[in-house]
Write a protein that binds this ligand. Structure first.
Ligand SMILES: CC(C)(COP(=O)(O)OP(=O)(O)OC[C@H]1O[C@@H](n2cnc3c(N)ncnc32)[C@H](O)[C@@H]1OP(=O)(O)O)[C@@H](O)C(=O)NCCC(=O)NCCS
Length: 165
């Protein structure tokens, strides 16, 4: 498996294989943030196909509670392995490690990520990788339904942090 930084020509392929489910988290928005220097959008490839993604947001988590408690801490956002049949084979771990490598190269001393309070398996993975709970927050996001109507969601989450030094 290779992990690459996304390129403009990958966005249509990603959209076909893993249709975007949120407005701010759509592939085009993630790539635009990368182009603006605000994030790095990492893509794992298996046999020439994208099998997930992770956006390293150098500007940190959007939630005010997290920004106050963990100022300057970057965030791994939108971690996904797809299709489900490829999960539990180390792809997610490789994505997290690739994000941590990028942070160390930049001299960043910590990495954070948010996990939904009902996502026990992901939380177990992050604990194994050395991430510790810091602050509870509400993740607010939106999606467009098939009629183009916008729906707002609010999920209870915990922000986890790992010291990299
Ligand atoms: C969480 C996720 C990215 C992990 O990727 P992965 O490639 O399966 O991770 P790894 O193979 O490196 O590690 C596997 C571990 O991930 C965790 N995990 C979390 N959700 C899982 C799922 N739906 N299926 C399999 N493993 C999952 C478990 O701790 C698992 O360990 P186990 O196999 O011993 O139970 C992936 O499972 C996924 O895309 N889940 C759905 C989206 C999601 O929950 N994203 C995280 C948002 S915070």
């Amino acid at each position: 498996m290779d992990i690459t930084v996304s390129r403009a020509e990958d966005i249509a392929v990603l959209e076909r294989r893993m249709p975007s489910s949120s407005v701010e988290g759509c592939h085009a928005a993630r790539f635009a943030r990368q182009e603006a220097g605000r994030s790095t959008y990492l893509i794992p490839w298996l046999d020439g196909r994208p099998v997930g993604h992770a956006e390293v947001r150098w500007t940190g988590c959007e939630a005010a509670e997290v920004r106050l408690a963990q100022p300057g801490c970057p965030e791994i956002n939108g971690l996904l392995v797809w299709p489900e049949s490829l999960r539990s084979q180390g792809v997610g771990t490789s994505l997290v490690r690739a994000a941590e490598r990028l942070a160390r190269e930049r001299g960043v001393g910590a990495m954070g990520l948010g996990v939904g309070d009902d996502n026990r398996r992901a939380a177990a993975l992050y604990a194994r990788l050395g991430y510790r709970p810091t602050v509870a927050y509400v993740d607010r996001w939106a999606y467009l339904d098939s009629d183009g109507v916008r729906h707002e969601r609010a999920d209870l989450c915990t922000f986890l942090v790992k010291e990299l030094r």
